[in-house]
Write a protein that binds this ligand. Sequence first.
Ligand code: TIU
Length: 242
Amino acid sequence: MKTQQALKTRISAEPQPIEVDLSRTALLIIDMQRDFLEPGGFGETLGNDVSLLQAAVGPCKAVLEAARRAGILVIHTREGHRPDLSDAPPYKIERGAPSKRIGDVGPMGRILVRGEPGHDIIPELYPIAGEPVIDKPGKGAFCQTDLELTLQNAGISNILVCGVTTEVCVNTTVREANDRGYRCVVLGDCCASYFPEFHDMGLKMIKAQGGIFGWVSGSQEMLAAFADADAGLAPRFAQGSV
Ligand code: TIU
């Protein structure tokens, strides 16, 4: 992070706008890996149409570039396992009837295994120096990782969440983060699912009941919030920002 100075802004969101200090805000990009977004990876072995996830790439890239310009902490996650699969629960490997199982060799290397081409983040959103990459064995990014330590060390209290899939790793991570005291703003068009109806419901679940797990916004709203902060408009929102 380039600055620790308060950089307050207001994000238009549902169920209500949220005022945040960008110096205490991280962008968390969940599992934008070739294994989920490209043919021949884990997502496709499960029987999914991976092209559905492409919709999130452009909006995610726009927010990523704005976050980098603003100097906020950017964190990427990757779902995957050790080559010996010692951190993969047996049921995760055995369950269902995928065309290839975790650890099998596919066109992008071994499915969902760290170090393989398919496990890597897509080129459009590739991490740059200074952006932590959290490898996670499960769906939630807090489970058996050092994400929380990384957030604490950076003084983060707000998380902007993007990535795939909306109802699986995004939802699980938001629920984990919410219970740990983080304010999560999920950028809806920066997330995607193999099931459009699950994407819609996944977002609705987060913002229902007064924002039971967090807030839902979008890339355009977030870009406007970055621009407001950049233009020095934010002080009018200073009261009560977090
Ligand atoms: N299958 C599915 O929808 N998702 C996952 O297995 N992982 C993530 O969401 N990253």
